[in-house]
Design a protein around this ligand. Sequence first.
Ligand code: GLU
Length: 303
Amino acid sequence: MNFKEIIEGVYREVKDIDDRGKLASYIPELAQVNPKRFGIHLSTVDNYQFGVGHYTERFSIQSISKVLALTLAYKIKNQRIWKRVGIEPSGTSFNSLVQLEADKGIPRNPFINAGAMVIADILITHLKNPKKDFIAFVRSLSNNPSIDYSETVAASEKSVGYRNVALCNFIKSFGNIENHPQVVLDFYFDLCSIEMNCQELSETFLFLAHDGKTLSGTPVLTNHQTKRINALMQTCGFYDESGEFAFKVGLPGKSGVGGGIIAINPDRYTIAVWSPRLNAKGNSYKGVRVLEKFTKKTESSIF
Ligand code: GLU
């Protein structure tokens, strides 16, 4: 497969399309990002790498980090995690309060904000120094000690995070948050503020394409757990557009409001795309186009 040629072709085709997306302006710091940024990077399980465009420039990975938080919590608590968070697509927006009332404080899945807060709570309970230990875990996955939180982005989101504050307190009222909501929120905002470039993102997620092991062979999750995380990404990874993403692209993955998307083809590759303007469902407008063209041209969707 000539990945290089295909990725270059897709990049050229999508680069100058009329981007009808909008920046995630509800977080002030994200509204400052240059909307013209556009990068793609592929990493394969047999060690091939290729990137194009702004693939070495870091951006805010936002909700993509929810997969990494889930991974660490799953590693620690195994099956017990599913008592506190569900595994069904939500069918509502990622920051919806309404559904939580009906579900009595058990968030539908770990990738909506409410679910990620419960996961953050689990990590706070089990890690000695959650902020330090979590970033150490992310660095170990990518073998990259320079990956870090952005204090500026975390502070920016915290300054306007009223809805997230409401969500966390609401879950606490149902008894599904153990720690103080302020502590959980601070950690949640930190998780969302992690920055990576497309290359780092595709490298970090390779364990999900490699039966739960890093490329150097370090076990992260079991085969069974890996299958389950990929299944959740397939059904819940793209907000209220997860069905359409499966339909058009056909890969498990996760997006974030910073305009990044990571997609995984088990046993083959990971591919990261970054383009900051988001479609109406909150997924990168160009990013979805890229992945749709890519899986079509490579005939490499999982279906
Ligand atoms: N930090 C963002 C929020 O809580 C994450 C949203 C996202 O990327 O889905 O609103």
